[in-house]
Design a protein around this ligand. Structure first.
Ligand code: BES
Ligand code: MN
Ligand code: ZN
Length: 499
């Protein structure tokens, strides 16, 4: 989809479909009021009949409205004017775009960026609108035998704001939003691809492809032999249970000064997690193809950064492996030696994410990072604690934690912090190794982070547990592309491109 910012008189603008927001009790938004005047009050007359209702996201398509040049007008309910929020704005946009996408228009002119909710601004309202529309029109059809493209796919979204000053902010928001949308779509595509196709080697190939597309991205793949030579015993122990060779994917983007310390993003790239010998129950096990969504978000964030040409240095590290039961697989009680030299008793082979991440995190020390953030579908316990709305955030650095939380709030891709107190560390005590890989039933999301904290002591580090946010289950099953918006916002802010 193409995006473009438009201003000007709504009565005079030509468009296939003009989207107007209407508040509860038939209260017209500013843009709707302008169209109402131009049409001699027809809009208010129609609304008086009550067909639109009061619910956020209800729509009504109108044809041949007099006095304006739009071929169609699509009214969308935005709820009570005083309660307009970023969430209700996104919901209204998604509903309107869904209707437009089903119908005939190939282009729409959407005035919702002009309705700025409390606590938002034109920049955010425009970016929110663009991203909600992109999310709504995303399709994943690579694994269908006969993908059916719509006859006239919605291919152009025009984002309308009232004045020139707003247009400046809206244009910046559109450039940023478009890059984020591309990153989100890449993360969703990789996440949705099944485990038989999206293997560690496939991910490595995707990194190479990205490197060929963008000369500024340097890609290196560490193979099993190299990992053996380095001593990545934890990562390799997970991969031993699989016929697919593991890959450690390294992607370096140099957009900053040569001496700028890089931001390092480490993403869990477990392309299928059956649990290993501590095998998972069959129900919903298919969803463990999404266990590489942390890695996918690193790909997506790099793509967004490349599209934006961010003036900073960024390194993506994606340890990629499968976790399957096999004669050579980890067994409960096995002790492995990590790259850091610390030994780990593998009490549960299903706690494999931390095993591949700890070696990737230790490896990241060599980049002398400004900060390192790991992103992982790490624990079911995080979903129990926080549900599907925020990602879990744990960090050993107050400043970094605030930056990440703020990026989440700003982008609407939120995170919520959990404590990383030393009080929890003794849950990882082992009689046979330096630590166990599991900490019991209590506070599972925290003890998983406590494990990683033992590998990040020398760095400013934050951990995002995205087990609840990376994909949706049920009828809407599919990857969300989160937390690409949060991470890209974090980088935009660090690069000084947003306030
Ligand atoms: N990938 C899973 C975490 C997960 C499970 C995410 C379900 C989303 C939904 C991870 O590898 C795992 O299996 N974690 C275990 C850890 C436990 C054995 C300490 C879990 O959460 O059950
Ligand atoms: Mn697991
Ligand atoms: Zn896992």
């Amino acid at each position: 989809m193409d995006f473009e910012v438009t201003t000007g008189d709504l009565a005079k603008l030509k468009t296939e479909c003009l989207i107007l927001g209407v508040f509860a009790e038939a209260k017209l938004s500013g843009p709707a009021a302008r169209v109402d005047r131009a049409s001699g009050g027809r809009l208010s007359d129609i609304l008086k009949r009550g067909d639109l209702g009061e619910d956020i996201g209800r729509t009504l398509m109108l044809y041949d409205l007099p006095g304006i040049r739009a071929e169609r007008v699509l009214l969308v309910g935005c709820g009570p004017a005083k309660e307009l929020s970023r969430a209700s704005q996104r919901k209204a946009v998604a509903a309107a775009i869904a209707v437009a996408d089903l119908g005939h228009p190939s282009e729409v002119l959407c005035t919702l960026p002009d309705l700025v909710p409390a606590g938002s601004d034109t920049y955010r309202a425009t970016r929110d609108t663009l991203l909600a529309a992109a999310e709504q029109t995303y399709r994943f059809e690579r694994t269908k035998s006969a993908p059916k493209p719509p006859k006239r796919p919605l291919s152009r979204l025009r984002l309308w704001v009232a004045d020139k000053a707003a247009a400046k902010a809206a244009k910046r928001a559109t450039a940023h939003g478009e890059a984020i949308a591309k990153g989100v779509a890449l993360a969703r595509d990789l996440g949705n691809l099944p485990g038989n196709l999206c293997t560690p080697s496939y991910l490595a190939g995707q990194a190479e492809t990205l490197g060929q597309r963008f000369p500024k991205l340097q890609v290196e793949i560490l193979e099993q032999e190299t990992m053996e030579r380095l001593g990545m015993g934890a990562l390799l122990s997970v991969a031993r249970g699989s016929r697919q060779p593991p890959k450690l994917i390294l992607m370096t983007y140099r957009g900053g000064q040569s001496d700028d310390k890089p931001v390092v993003l480490v993403g869990k790239g477990l392309t299928f997690d059956a649990g290993g010998i501590s095998i998972k129950p069959a129900e919903k096990m298919d969803e463990m193809k999404f266990d590489m969504c942390g890695g996918a978000s690193v790909f997506g964030t790099l793509l967004a950064s490349l599209e934006l040409g961010l003036p900073l240095n960024l390194i993506g590290v994606v340890p990629a492996s499968e976790n399957l039961p096999d004669g050579a697989a980890n067994k409960p009680g096995d002790v492995v030696t990590s790259l850091s030299g610390q030994t780990i008793e593998v009490l549960n082979t299903d706690a494999e994410g931390r095993l591949i991440l700890c070696d990737a995190l230790t490896y990241s020390e060599r980049f002398d990072p400004a900060v390192v953030i790991d992103i992982a579908t790490l624990t079911g316990a995080c979903v129990v604690a926080l549900g599907n709305h925020p990602s879990g955030l744990l960090s050993n650095d107050e400043g970094l934690a605030s930056e990440v939380l703020e990026a989440g709030d700003h982008s609407g891709d939120r995170a919520w912090r959990l404590p990383l107190w030393d009080d929890y560390q003794n849950q990882l005590d082992s009689n046979f190794a330096d630590m166990a890989n599991v900490g019991g039933r209590e506070a599972g999301a925290i003890t998983a982070a406590c494990f990683l904290a033992r590998y990040t002591r020398k760095m400013r580090w934050a951990h995002l547990d995205i087990a609840g946010t990376a994909w949706r289950s049920g009828k809407e099953k599919g990857a969300t592309g989160r937390p690409v918006p949060l991470l890209t916002q974090f980088l935009l802010k660090r690069a000084g491109l947003v306030d």
